[in-house]
Ligand binder design. Structure first.
Ligand code: ADP
Ligand code: GLC
Length: 491
């Protein structure tokens, strides 16, 4: 099968969060199984190309209709661990992807709408006929719309679309002029059963466009699939998802066990596995040294996260104070796009700066993230909502015990040490329900208590997590089943 992944992110070259890991991990597993995969990405000026080989131009001057102008782009191709990546690079003076970052620009709707059209234009002109277009999040919501409104009639006849929802908090609500810019007819599309936003009838909703037009829609955990159909987590899209329930489901993410494997991870000082778990202590020591924490008989509670309302920043702050007050050390690695949240964590960093048990690193640092997973004992994820969440899964691979709120993919992957209905061998963490300080404390007290009072049980929880198969093997098969199913559908 020829699968074209279209995405705003792919780790490690363009990663802002779990979407990047998803595209990298799933693509690699599909290639391992003999499928042909090409990943289509914008040619950002911030691409980290060290791991890319054979980068070369495959298309010099591709005119892409945009409004009444034609923006020309070139297309580059390179290999990333066996997966081919294609980069859409608009020619100057267009500076869509020369902004020093992936997201957060005022013209994100134009940037990604144009990218969607450029990908399809390139497929048509280069004679590509993917069996499957696998599109991610609102940035690519226009791909299925453009395919079935324009490009199918132009020749992309047998391509079918799988559209994956990674986060309903971002839906791409845009003015209808964006549709006109990419050559679509707003009078046809701005109706409730197509792209009209359910909350604001003046806007087009690009995520909704993807849901309506794709042949299959899924989200990244079964629990989040249920939540967004049945609770306010659907953020206004519950009725739409109900209408399309016949082509909607949840597939739990995996993690790439070549990237996130403590036995072979080149970014950590001491490799370890189930048989060599005591070596984890060497990483704990290295982490303390690197971050200037004192050497003490205390567990290290880590947070590795976007600092965002979704991730429960209030509870994170409470968790940090609570851990420090209860004989623990705290390490946080995080970035905030919201200036108020950034300011708040900057103040917290200042306030805890002299504490030898606490280090807050405000920034994005892939290498440090690996060291923290390798050295930490507990990972805190108090999310308000969580489509899947990868950090709890990565943590488990590294023998770190997660403390999570029972929501979305966290509920599907973390089973409480005391209260889960799962057998003891699969219990792997601590879970709480209430989005309150008391809720969080109920889980933290038990976790810290076990670490201090019952080290053998705590070790068993680490082992249970490390034993779980969190790889892409099962989910990749589920995606292949979806692809096979939609390939056989008539247009
Ligand atoms: P989301 O995609 O919602 O941010 P996930 O849990 O799915 O959350 O994925 C987060 C990914 O980003 C993980 O690979 C995590 O290790 C990584 N990550 C998050 N924040 C940072 C950071 N500040 N520095 C390095 N890696 C980070
Ligand atoms: C999003 C979600 C996260 C998920 C990731 C990859 O960023 O917030 O929960 O793990 O996508 O699917």
């Amino acid at each position: 099968m020829y699968i074209a992944m279209v995405s705003a992110e792919c780790a490690p070259i363009a990663k802002a969060g779990g979407l990047g890991d998803f595209v990298q991990g799933l693509s690699r597993e599909l290639v391992r199984r003999g499928e042909t995969v090409e990943v289509f990405l914008p040619n950002y000026d911030v691409l980290r190309l060290e791991s890319m080989t054979g980068l070369h131009e495959v298309y010099a001057d591709l005119p892409v209709p945009f409004h009444d102008q034609r923006l020309t782009c070139r297309v580059l191709s390179g290999e990333l661990a066996g997966v081919r990546c294609l980069f859409i690079d608009p020619r100057p003076p267009c500076d869509f992807f020369r902004r020093g970052r992936i997201y957060g620009e005022a013209d994100d709707p134009e940037r990604f709408a144009w990218f969607a059209r450029a990908v399809l234009e390139f497929m048509l002109r280069s004679g590509r006929q993917p069996d499957i277009l696998h599109c991610q999040d609102w940035h690519t919501g226009l791909v299925p719309v453009l395919l079935f409104e324009l490009y199918q009639a132009l020749g992309l006849r047998h391509t079918r679309v799988c559209f994956t929802l990674h986060n309903l908090g971002y839906q791409g609500q845009v003015g209808e002029h964006i549709l006109r810019q990419v050559g679509l007819d707003p009078s046809r599309l701005m109706v409730p059963e197509r792209l009209r936003d359910p909350q604001d009838s003046r806007l087009a909703n690009l995520l909704k466009g993807g849901i309506v037009y794709a042949n299959f829609v899924n989200t990244v955990s079964p629990r989040y699939a249920w939540e967004i159909q049945n609770t306010e987590q659907g953020m206004g899209l519950q009725p739409l998802l109900k209408i399309h329930a016949h082509k909607f489901g949840g597939v739990l993410n995996g993690i790439d066990d070549q990237v996130w494997n403590p036995e072979s991870d080149p970014l950590i000082p001491a490799n370890f596995g189930l048989e060599t778990l005591p070596r984890k202590a060497l990483n704990r020591q290295a982490l303390r040294q690197r971050l200037g924490l004192q050497d003490a008989d205390k567990p290290i509670l880590a947070i590795i996260s976007r600092l965002d309302d979704q991730k429960g920043v209030d509870l994170m702050t409470h968790g940090i104070h609570y851990a420090l007050a209860h004989d623990s050390q705290v390490v946080l690695l995080g970035t905030a796009l919201d200036p108020a949240i950034a300011e708040r964590f900057a103040r917290l960093k200042q306030a805890t700066g002299a504490n030898p048990d606490c280090h807050l690193e405000l920034g994005y640092d892939e290498t440090l993230a690996h060291l923290i997973y390798a050295g930490a004992d507990l990972l805190l994820i108090p999310s308000r909502y969580e489509p899947c969440g990868l950090t709890q899964m990565i943590a488990m691979n590294y023998g770190v015990v997660p403390i999570v709120r029972r929501v979305g993919g966290l509920a599907d992957t973390v089973f409480d040490a005391n209260y889960s209905d799962q057998p003891f061998e699969v219990r792997n963490g601590y879970v709480f329900d209430d989005m309150t300080d008391a809720g969080l404390e109920s889980a933290m007290t038990r976790a810290l208590g076990l670490w201090r009072g019952y080290p053998e049980y705590f070790r068993q929880l680490r082992v249970n997590g490390m034993r779980t198969d969190l790889s892409w093997r099962i989910p990749a098969q589920q995606y292949l089943d979806i692809y096979t199913h939609i390939r056989s559908q008539p247009a």
